[in-house]
Ligand binder design. Sequence first.
Ligand SMILES: [Zn+2]
Ligand SMILES: [Zn+2]
Length: 549
Amino acid sequence: VSNRRQDLGAALWQLGDLVRADEQRRSFRAKAYRRAVWSLDDLSSDLDDPPHVMRAVRGIGPGIIRLIEEFRQTGRIGDLDRLSSLYPRDVARLRRLPRMTAETLRQLKAELGVETGSDLIDAVGSGGDETLRGVGPATAEKWERVLRLAPTAEATPAFDAQVLAGDLSRHLERHLSGEAFATGAVRRLDEWVDRIDLVWVTEDFDHARVFRTETAVARPVSVSNGPGPLCLATHGGVPVAVHLARLRERGLNLLVTTGPPSHAGFIVGEWHGEAQTETELYQARGLGWVPPPARQLPLASSLGVIRSSDLRGDLHVHTEWSPDGRMSLQAMLAEAVARDYEYVLVTDHTTGLRFGGMDGNALIRQHETIEAARLRFPDLVILHGAELNADREGNLDVDDESLGILDLAVVGLHSHFDLDRDEQTARVLRALGHPSVRVLAHPTGRRIGIRPAIDLDLDEVIAGAIEHDVALEVNGHRDRLDLSAPLAAHAVRAGALLALNSDAHRVGELRNIDNAVGTGQKAGVGAGSVINTLPWSGLVEWLKRQPRT
Ligand SMILES: [Zn+2]
Ligand SMILES: [Zn+2]
């Protein structure tokens, strides 16, 4: 079963991926194609709406209308044919690999016949990478490591799955009556997702079933209308299961589809009634609600995990003073107040970054700006920090005199990811020893599906962090989640303190801190192990523990 609108959706989706790889930067065209896919359900399924009707649909501009015309007349899109003959089929995944360029992607396809990640692993394994210009064995080996970190070739990184689940939920809510919730692996904050699960709360199951077969944003996987979820696949190939639930069954559906089965099975037990909320079900067991990421823990440890409401502030936030920052200090502070924070640490990038950052003079200028802002936000403690870079040897990229004006600093590694374990560990330990440094940002540097972790003796780093009163970050950026849950659990067992941070570069990203909290929950971490659950008075005490020279 498919209709024209669905076929066009698939074509525009793929075209977006191809254009993004081809243009090798933030591509407005790619964005427009992707946005158009989400708008196609506002058109008729035959795409025969008159132009003035099309133009009135948000996301459908003149360029998209021309493509629709072309597609209606020829059944094809010329640009798509041209680009898909040049690039591997799985370009969306492959383009994110370390040092991957458009030219390399084209070469991989033309010279080695690479279409997918497993093709690339095979090509690398057979030494085929030597035929690629400008690709050394170290890079090829990194590709392989990143690809092999995925549990299966089909798994989707949490980052993409969260975005897709959010887009799909909003899409359903716009076109159907009711409310959508992401559950399953996305809600549990798994790093890799095999399937996106959504609970669709509605009283109109028939409408939802029809919509499933007609929507342009995904394809129905089977047409059976029996019990069980509605199964679809996104045009990128990600399986989606939409679980239909009436409002009075919502809680039960959320619990069961979030899993894992052992936890859900225990909580549901012999329950036969209805439950609009999960809380009712936990209460029936005499328990408090357990946050989804903690549900794979033994029940006893899941009950005491940290909650978002335990946080008193964020210790890693960028503003426009960073080259990649996209929010003003003012906007960030307003959001921090809206989130009810007691304090926030401003941590813009310093000079050692590949694309530049603030030097000592800039820090002094920023200090004045922050002092002015303190007058406008009297109820918020605005801490002046920076995200310093450690060079190859672990020296900081700002002189001590300039560092003296900061309240505390975060240090991160943004270069030399390939040092061997001894060098890398020594480098981190040296940086941790600097008295201004109180948080180690994204300690392993891994980016899920994009970049492997650096080679580090984590036990030595944990010992160094404890010795120097440095908190290890759990970075909530969706493709980092770094420390990961297992490493965060390990660090806490060893006695280290964590800092759960957003690393936000734009206002909307301040909520990434929830991913850091979720990672802490998955790790079974309690609020007492997290430095930014301290009230301001407590944080001050902690800061005093390492007097600056
Ligand atoms: Zn960083
Ligand atoms: Zn940062």
